[in-house]
Write a protein that binds this ligand. Structure first.
Ligand SMILES: Cc1cc2nc3c(=O)[nH]c(=O)nc-3n(C[C@H](O)[C@H](O)[C@H](O)COP(=O)(O)OP(=O)(O)OC[C@H]3O[C@@H](n4cnc5c(N)ncnc54)[C@H](O)[C@@H]3O)c2cc1C
Length: 395
C-alpha cells in the first residue's frame, strides 16, 4: 500500500471519538459511524484518571478538559456507617499532580463535546448502525442500516459492551451480570450546605455496597454513583428510572453526611452492572476491537473509559508505525493492550469485593499502578506476522 490507510470506527462513544482524534493526529483518515441520530452520552459524570489525561494531553485537549471538568484533590475512603476515614490517595501534592497529570471529573456530555470539537473535519456519520462487517487479508467492509457501504483498510469495533463487531469476530456470548446494580444521580451544589462535599472523589464503603461522589461542571454539580449487590437484575439499560426512596432504603444505616447529600436527589436512574471475561485476542484479519467492545469492566476502579482512551492512542500509534503492514500493527496493538486491560478488568472485579467487605476486612484502594502508567510512552513492538498467526473471522 503506497497510501495512508483508511479506518472505519464503528461507534461514536468516548472510545470511538478518542480514536478518531488520535488517528487524525498521526495523519490517518478515520471516520466514525454512530447508530444514534446525535452524539450523546448519559447524564452522568466520569472520572478521567491521570493515565487517561496523559493521552488527552498528547492529543491536545487537556486544557479544554480541565476547563470543563473539576480537579479532585484526593480519593478518600470513608466508612458508610460511621464516617470513619479508611484511606486517602492524594491525587495532587505541593509539586503538582502526583501521577504526572491531574485526575479530572467531568460530565460525560462535556467530555464527548471536548473530543468532537477537536476533530479537524466532518468525520462523524450519524444514523449509521453497522449491520454487516466482513474482512479479508487486504481490507474490510462495513454495511449500515441506511444502506451505506464503506470499504476501509481497518474496521474498529468501538460499539460498547453489546458490541455487534465483537459478536461477529468471536461469536455470541452474553455480558455477565456481576451481581451489582447502581443508582446514578446529579445534585446541584446550591442545594447543600456550603462546603458540605469535600473536593475529593469520596468512596463510602459499606457491607454489600458503596457510594462514590465527586464534583463535575467546574464544581457546580455533584455526581453520585451508588452501587449495591443484588441477585435479581435482568436488564442492562439506562432508561429505568429509580426513586430516591429506593436509594435511601438501600443504605439505611448511612452516615448523616451522606444522608444529607442523598436527601437532595431528585431524579435517579437504575443500572445493572455487567462485564465480560477477558479475551486473549481481539483482532481477526482487518477488524479489531477497542474500549468496552473489547474489555467491559466493573466501574469500581473508574477505568472503563480510561482504558478505551489508552487503546485509542496505542492503536493509532501502532498503525502510524506500520501503515504498510496492518496485521503487524494489530499484533503490536494487542501485545501492548491485552495484558494491561486484562489486569484492570480483573482488578475491577476484586475491588468490588474489597469495597463491599467493609468492617469484615481492610478496605483500600490500590490504583497507583494504574494512574502512574503513561500510555504515550509505551513501546510499539512490531514483529513479523509469521511469528504470530491471527484468528480468522467467523461468518
Ligand atoms: C456506573 C458507571 C460508572 C463509570 N465510571 C467511570 C469512570 O469514572 N471512569 C472511567 O474511565 N470509566 C467509567 N465507566 C466506564 C465507561 O462508562 C465505559 O467504559 C465507556 O463509556 C466505554 O466507552 P466506549 O466508547 O467503549 O463504549 P460506549 O460508550 O458504550 O459507546 C459505544 C457507542 O457505539 C454505538 N453503537 C453500538 N452499536 C453500534 C452499531 N452496530 N453501529 C454503530 N454504532 C453502534 C453506541 O450507540 C455508542 O454510542 C463507568 C461505567 C459505569 C456503568
Amino acid at each position: 500500500m503506497n497510501r495512508k490507510p483508511r479506518v472505519a470506527l464503528i461507534g461514536g462513544g468516548l472510545g470511538g471519538l478518542t480514536a478518531a482524534l488520535a488517528f487524525s493526529r498521526v495523519g490517518i483518515e478515520a471516520h466514525v459511524f454512530e447508530q444514534a441520530s446525535e452524539l450523546r452520552e448519559i447524564g452522568a459524570g466520569i472520572g478521567v484518571s491521570a493515565n487517561a489525561v496523559k493521552v488527552l494531553r498528547a492529543l491536545g485537549v487537556e486544557k479544554a478538559l480541565r476547563e470543563r471538568g473539576f480537579e479532585s484533590e484526593a480519593s478518600v475512603g470513608r466508612d458508610l456507617t460511621s464516617g470513619r476515614s479508611l484511606f486517602q490517595v492524594p491525587l495532587n501534592d505541593a509539586s503538582g499532580p502526583r501521577f504526572g497529570a491531574p485526575h479530572v471529573n467531568i460530565h460525560r456530555a462535556d467530555l464527548l463535546d471536548v473530543l468532537a470539537q477537536a476533530l479537524p473535519g466532518p468525520q462523524i456519520h450519524l444514523d449509521s448502525r453497522c449491520v454487516v462487517v466482513s474482512s479479508c487479508d487486504h481490507g474490510a467492509a462495513a454495511t449500515f442500516s441506511n444502506g451505506r457501504q464503506e470499504e476501509a483498510d481497518l474496521v474498529v469495533g468501538c460499539d460498547g459492551i453489546r458490541s455487534f463487531i465483537r459478536t461477529t469476530l468471536h461469536g455470541p456470548d452474553a455480558p455477565r451480570f456481576t451481581g451489582n446494580m447502581c443508582w446514578r444521580a446529579m445534585i446541584p451544589v446550591e442545594r447543600l450546605p456550603p462546603g458540605h462535599v469535600a473536593p475529593h472523589v469520596t468512596v463510602w464503603t459499606g457491607l454489600g455496597g458503596h457510594v462514590v461522589t465527586y464534583y463535575v461542571r467546574d464544581g457546580r454539580l455533584i455526581n453520585v454513583v451508588a452501587v449495591q449487590e443484588t441477585s435479581d437484575w435482568v436488564e442492562e439499560s439506562w432508561t429505568i428510572a429509580g426513586s430516591r426512596e429506593d436509594l435511601l432504603a438501600a443504605y439505611v444505616d448511612m452516615h448523616r453526611d451522606l444522608r444529607t447529600l442523598l436527601d437532595q436527589v431528585e431524579h435517579c436512574f437504575k443500572w445493572g452492572l455487567f462485564d465480560r471475561d477477558p479475551l486473549r485476542t481481539w483482532s481477526a484479519q482487518r477488524v479489531t476491537l477497542l474500549g468496552d467492545a473489547a474489555h467491559p469492566m466493573l466501574p469500581t476502579l473508574g477505568q472503563g473509559a480510561a482504558m478505551a482512551i489508552e487503546d485509542a492512542y496505542v492503536l493509532a500509534r501502532a498503525l502510524s508505525c506500520s501503515p504498510e503492514d496492518i496485521t503487524a500493527a494489530l499484533r503490536a496493538y494487542e501485545a501492548a493492550r491485552v495484558p494491561r486491560t486484562t489486569q484492570v478488568q480483573l482488578a475491577s472485579r476484586r475491588q468490588a469485593k474489597i469495597f463491599h467487605q467493609n468492617s469484615r476486612g481492610s478496605t483500600d484502594l490500590n490504583a497507583d499502578w494504574i494512574y502512574e502508567f503513561d500510555p504515550t510512552r509505551e513501546p510499539i513492538a512490531l514483529r513479523p506476522v509469521s511469528e504470530n498467526p491471527g484468528i480468522r473471522m467467523m461468518h
